[in-house]
Design a protein around this ligand. Structure first.
Ligand SMILES: [Zn+2]
Length: 484
């Protein structure tokens, strides 16, 4: 059996024999293909790699996201939006009318669930842009089939974008939207600067009624405001996460928060002079010699585990500012608008010389590893902010490599990046693993992530049973990421 896709990522030569489609790129145009999402405009059809009532992925390795060991030579049957079966290829029943892709040499993992995946992007030179066109395409192309935006600059644009994607009019992942950031009076210009607990309730109520499903509190919020925001959000069935600083992890856990972002990087609890409701600037620099096994750190972890508070790993957005790290993935500069790419590259080169101490990144990895091993629910996301070297999707793929570096096995990393995210979002009965009955959100990767240590060679990404051509999606945003 030969692989359906050439090594350079372009579809190989066509060949259709006895119902076996050997060319993913043309599958959508073949007989029997019809748009399952009726709202899809004709110009988006070119990005569909495969779409049929029954699709079969033959001879793949499967890392299913449950934490179970990988299985070689599997056959996955997709019927409509759902996975119908996953079984060994030898003896697997292949439905008569199925469109069959022979994917020997490929690995299938669950669609990634990105938990810190903004719809906006920031970059060097004070740039900021809402990426409602290129962002969703990049996420999907990279294998991210569900995102939680985790802090919105333009909540209405997010809500509208989500509705467009749901209707099939825009290509992108399933979205969980967020309200505007909730911070204190000293917070950023782009955020809601709360003026007390009543203000927090009013803002939360308004956006909950507008339809957001999460809120994100930010560094300058007070304990009283955070408490009010959490209480009001929960009344409306909405959840709260935070990038903390003025409030400590333990305080937020006691207030009933649902999720905490960035792990150690936003955990000010161990700063020697931490004062209530104040964000100590530069506290991270004190953590170079922090003992992760020490009682104060372990106590926080135990508290989070006991209360079921999840943590989101966003290693990549910090790695880009740490010195002595490997160079940024060249694909990042290829997708960025040229002027932005030039400035991002300059900052990246500078940070490799004078950035944050590598010891702090190592501590952050240790903290996340210890949290997960203690039974904590660790998920991941990209956070495409800072000076811009971790853009949507490509940054998520880098997270895979960084979580391996943190000590997790490839099977564990897949679980963190898919099933665990689905658990945090409360959708794990239908999303997050490759199992019969689940929604067919799947990533087809050329090669073997267990052996190669990365998930960069994504070829087809299935969302709700429709297979999208990863390379074509990336081509379609080259040179405009950072602008729109
Ligand atoms: Zn963020």
């Amino acid at each position: 059996m030969r692989a359906i896709l050439g090594s350079e990522g372009r579809p190989a030569v066509a060949g259709v024999t006895a119902g076996v489609v050997l060319l993913a790129g043309l599958a959508a145009a073949g007989p029997g293909a019809k748009a399952q999402q009726t709202g899809r405009p004709q110009e988006l059809q070119q990005f569909v790699a495969v779409e049929a009532p029954v699709v079969v992925l033959r001879n793949v390795k499967v890392i299913d996201g449950t934490g179970a060991p990988a299985k070689e030579n599997q056959t996955i049957v997709i019927r409509g939006e759902r996975i119908a079966s996953v079984e060994p290829s030898a003896g697997a029943r292949v439905p008569e009318d199925a469109r069959v892709l022979d994917l020997a040499g490929h690995t299938v993992i669950p669609g990634l669930v990105g938990l810190h995946n903004h719809s906006y992007y920031t970059a060097a030179g004070g740039r900021a842009a809402q990426l409602s066109f290129s962002g969703p395409r990049l996420y999907l192309a990279a294998g991210v089939t569900t995102i939680r935006t985790t802090g919105a600059r333009h909540p209405y644009e997010e809500l509208n974008l989500k509705r467009e994607i749901d209707a099939g009019r825009v290509i992108g992942p399933t979205m969980f939207t967020t309200g505007p950031y909730l911070t204190g009076q000293r917070g950023s210009l782009t955020m809601t600067r709360l003026n007390g607990p009543e203000d927090a309730r009013r803002v939360v109520r308004y956006w909950a009624e507008e339809g957001v499903s999460w809120f994100k509190a930010y560094t300058e919020i007070s304990r009283a405001e955070l408490a009010a925001a959490i209480e009001e959000a929960h009344k409306h069935g909405v959840k709260v996460t935070a990038h903390l600083c003025s409030v400590t992890y333990s305080e937020a856990v006691d207030l009933g928060i649902d999720n905490l972002e960035h792990g150690l990087f936003a955990n000010s609890e161990y700063y020697p002079d931490k004062r209530p409701d104040e964000c100590p600037p530069g506290f991270l620099r004190e953590y170079e010699n922090l003992d992760i096994q020490s009682e104060p750190v372990q106590r926080t972890i135990r508290r989070m585990v006991e209360r079921g508070v999840a943590m989101t790993s966003t290693l990549v957005v910090y790695e880009i500012s740490v010195r002595d790290r490997p160079p940024i993935d060249e694909r990042v500069f290829e997708v960025l608008a040229p002027e932005i790419a030039r400035d991002v590259r300059a900052v990246a080169e500078q940070r490799r010389k004078d950035g944050l101490s590598p010891a702090i990144l190592k501590k952050a990895m240790e903290f996340e590893y210890a949290f997960a091993k203690a039974g904590g629910l660790l998920a991941a996301g990209v956070d495409p902010t800072g000076y811009g070297a971790a853009p949507p999707g490509l940054g998520d793929q880098r997270n895979f490599e960084l979580l391996l570096e943190a000590g997790f096995t490839p099977v564990e990393v897949v679980q963190i990046m898919s099933a665990n995210g689905a658990k945090v979002l409360g959708i794990s009965d239908s999303v997050g693993t490759v199992e019969a009955g689940k929604i067919a959100d799947l990533v087809v990767i050329q090669g073997d992530p267990e052996r190669e240590g990365h998930i960069r060679n994504v070829r087809i990404v299935f969302r709700r049973g429709v297979g999208w051509d990863s390379q074509k999606l990336i081509e379609s945003v080259k040179g405009i990421v950072g602008i729109r």
